[in-house]
Design a protein around this ligand. Structure first.
Ligand code: G
Ligand code: G
Ligand code: MN
Ligand code: NA
Length: 257
C-alpha cells in the first residue's frame, strides 16, 4: 500500500492526533492560549510530523477533511479549557493555503462554533503570508467570513515571506507570529533582534498582538518582554504535548524562571 493509501485511511482508523503547545502571556507568565499541531500516529513508522505528510494531504485534497477534523477537535478542547480555567482559552489551528480555496469554509466553521456554544474569539486560524499575497476573491471572502464568525486570524512565520504591511492593513488580522529565526538573535544589536523589535512596534501601531515563536532561553524571553512582545511560545515553556499533558500546564504559571 502506498503512503497516499495509508493517509486516506488515517482518519477512519483514528491515527490522527492533535498535540498542543502553550502560548504564554509574557507579562504574567500565564499559559493564555494553545496551538494545535497535527500528528499522524503511523502503525509501523510511529509518530509522523506534519512535514512528512501535509504536502501529500494537500496534493490529494485530503487536507480539507483533515483541516475540518482539526478545527472541530481543537474547538472542543477550547471549550473544555475555557470551562476548566474560568477564562476564555483560545486555541489556534494551522491552515494551508489550499484550504482557503474552498468556499464557505469559514461559514461552516462559524456555524459549528455556535452549535457548540463557543464564545467569540475562542478560536484562531494561523495562515502564512502567502495566503494574504494570494489576491483571489475567495481568500478575501474567507477572511471576512472568519471575522464575521468570531474566528481570529494570525499570520504565522511572519518575516519569512512577503511581509507586506499593506496586506496586514487590508485584511485586518489579529496576531503576528514572529518567526523563530528572528528570536534566535542573541546579541542586543544583532540584525535579527532589531527586526523582531521593529516588527513588534509596527504590529502594535497597527493594533495587532504579537506572539514570538521558538523562545528557548530565559534571555530571549526577557528581551522580548522588554521589547513589548505580548506572548511567547517555545521549548522554554513546553514542547508540543498531548492534550492530557497540556491540561496539566493550565492551572500552573509558566514553570520557567
Ligand atoms: O510542530 P511541528 O513540526 O508540528 O509543525 C510543523 C508545521 O506543520 C508548522 O509550520 C505548522 O504550520 C504545520 N502544521 C501543524 N499542524 C497542522 C495542521 O493541522 N494543518 C496544517 N495545514 N498544517 C499544520
Ligand atoms: O506552525 P509553525 O510553523 O509555527 O510550527 C511551529 C514549529 O516549530 C513546530 O514544528 C514546533 O514543534 C516547532 N517549535 C516550537 N517551539 C520551538 C522551539 O522553541 N524551538 C524550535 N527549534 N522549534 C520549535
Ligand atoms: Mn503555527
Ligand atoms: Na511558525
Amino acid at each position: 500500500i502506498t503512503m497516499m493509501g495509508e493517509l486516506r485511511n488515517a482518519l477512519p482508523r483514528k491515527e490522527l492526533q492533535l498535540y498542543f503547545q502553550p502560548v504564554v502571556e509574557l507579562a504574567s507568565g500565564r499559559v493564555a492560549k494553545g496551538e494545535a499541531l497535527l500528528r499522524w500516529m503511523h502503525p509501523q513508522k510511529g509518530m509522523l510530523l506534519p512535514s512528512e505528510f501535509i504536502a501529500l494531504a494537500e496534493e490529494s485534497g485530503l487536507i480539507h477533511e483533515f483541516g475540518n477534523w482539526v478545527f472541530m477537535q481543537a474547538s472542543a478542547w477550547s471549550k473544555r479549557w475555557t470551562e476548566l480555567t474560568g477564562t476564555l482559552f483560545q486555541v489556534s489551528v494551522n491552515a494551508s493555503p489550499v484550504q482557503f480555496m474552498q468556499r464557505k469554509r469559514a461559514l461552516h466553521w462559524g456555524r459549528y462554533l455556535s452549535e457548540l456554544g463557543l464564545a467569540w474569539n475562542s478560536m484562531s486560524v494561523e495562515i502564512t503570508e502567502g495566503v494574504l499575497f494570494n489576491t483571489s476573491s475567495s481568500t478575501a471572502e474567507q477572511l471576512l467570513d472568519m471575522r464575521d464568525a468570531g474566528i481570529q486570524v494570525a499570520i504565522d512565520d511572519f518575516g519569512t515571506g512577503y511581509s507586506s504591511m499593506a496586506y496586514l492593513k487590508r485584511f485586518d488580522v489579529d496576531y503576528l507570529k514572529i518567526d523563530q529565526s528572528f528570536v534566535r538573535g542573541t546579541a542586543p544589536n544583532s540584525t535579527r533582534r532589531t527586526i523582531a523589535e521593529t516588527i513588534i512596534v509596527m504590529a502594535h501601531k497597527l493594533g495587532l498582538k504579537v506572539i514570538a515563536e521558538g523562545v528557548e532561553t530565559p534571555e530571549q524571553r526577557d528581551w522580548l518582554q522588554h521589547a513589548g512582545c505580548d506572548f511567547g511560545q517555545g521549548y522554554l515553556f513546553s514542547q508540543p504535548v498531548p492534550p492530557e499533558e497540556f491540561e496539566q500546564l493550565l492551572s500552573l504559571h509558566s514553570p520557567a524562571v
